[in-house]
Ligand binder design. Structure first.
Ligand code: SF4
Length: 304
């Protein structure tokens, strides 16, 4: 029997983009309900006069309800993070003898001066009697450049380490920070040179984990090779980051700019201000020092 069938007039991509728009509107509504709440997902630390991790000015803007517009690339990063969590959960629930929970089923809430700090760790592993044993914070590495840097440097990213440390601290539970890279590609030239990598070696998929611990109040981690590293981060420095944001709002003072110091007390190879949409606005603030003007300019820049 002959069979003919024309093409469908539906477009899967159109449906996807419409669904993404609806999901973004729902998310934006949820965000509005969280105005006046600080986030563990935007963790930082105040070490001496240096603010490291998530920029405190960006966290302040989010705290008072300003939202940075998202580009297509930002949605793609969120979506690959969500997909990564689903894949991890589908595998570890098969191998772990207890329950694996996390996200909104295992929320974190604590307070400073009556202001809530909230968060949701990606995975929490429950043991006997549903006692929480450890938690896992999952991160996806998108670019070959970042993958090569992580693989050969073997150091966690500051923001990611601080977020996992924050959960570990407040839940009083061991934490693992786990990276997944699923791509392939050429190793950047700087990396080949620095690590003397033989010709022809390419980046291929890998997973890498860091096991966090606390020693005499300082944050440490054990890398995948078993090497133990103590950082300059303390429990107090994480709490002081949130206190600083509240002080900034109360005193209408944006404090110093984000520091490029890393968790080892060295310098990060990049400066976060150079990649920030507010760089020019922060440059102007340095000249006028007017908190309200800075906020007006951020609103305009972000179309809020
Ligand atoms: S430009 Fe720098 S200091 Fe200003 S908001 Fe961005 S990261 Fe923070």
């Amino acid at each position: 029997m002959s069979h003919t069938q024309g093409p469908t007039s539906y477009s899967a991509i159109k449906l996807f983009m419409e669904g993404r728009k609806i999901a973004a509107a729902e998310k934006s509504q949820q965000e509005r309900a969280k105005v006046g709440t600080l986030r563990a997902g935007n963790s930082g630390a105040l070490v001496g006069e240096h603010v490291i991790g998530k920029c405190h000015r960006l966290s302040l803007a989010r705290f008072i309800g300003l939202e940075e517009p998202k580009e297509d690339g930002t949605y793609c990063i969120f979506e690959s993070g969500e997909a990564n969590e689903d894949v991890w959960k589908s595998k570890v629930t098969k191998s772990w003898p207890g329950t694996v929970t996390g996200d909104s089923a295992f929320p974190l809430t604590w307070e400073i001066d009556g202001v809530k700090i909230t968060g949701r760790p990606d995975l929490v592993f429950l043991g006997d009697g549903d006692k929480p044993e450890f938690l896992v914070e999952l991160k996806v590495i998108e670019s070959v450049q970042s993958a090569a840097s992580l693989y050969y440097e073997r150091k966690p990213k500051t923001d990611n380490l601080l977020q996992a440390a924050h959960y570990s601290l407040k839940f009083g539970m061991p934490a693992l920070l786990v990276y997944t890279f699923s791509g392939k590609g050429d190793i950047p030239f700087w990396c080949i040179k620095k690590y003397n990598i033989p010709k022809g070696v390419k980046m291929s998929p890998f997973k890498m984990e860091f096991a966090l611990f606390w020693q005499d109040g300082a944050l440490g981690y054990v890398d995948q090779d078993g090497k133990s590293v103590i950082t300059i981060i303390t429990a107090q420095s994480i709490e002081n980051y949130y206190k600083l944001i509240l002080d900034m709002q109360r005193e209408k003072d944006l404090y110093l700019r984000a520091s490029s110091m890393d968790v080892h007390g060295g310098k990060q190879p990049w400066d976060s201000c150079s990649y920030c949409s507010l760089n020019e606005i922060c440059n102007s603030y340095e000249a006028h020092g007017n908190y309200s003007l800075w906020l007006d300019e951020v609103r305009r820049e972000w179309n809020n």
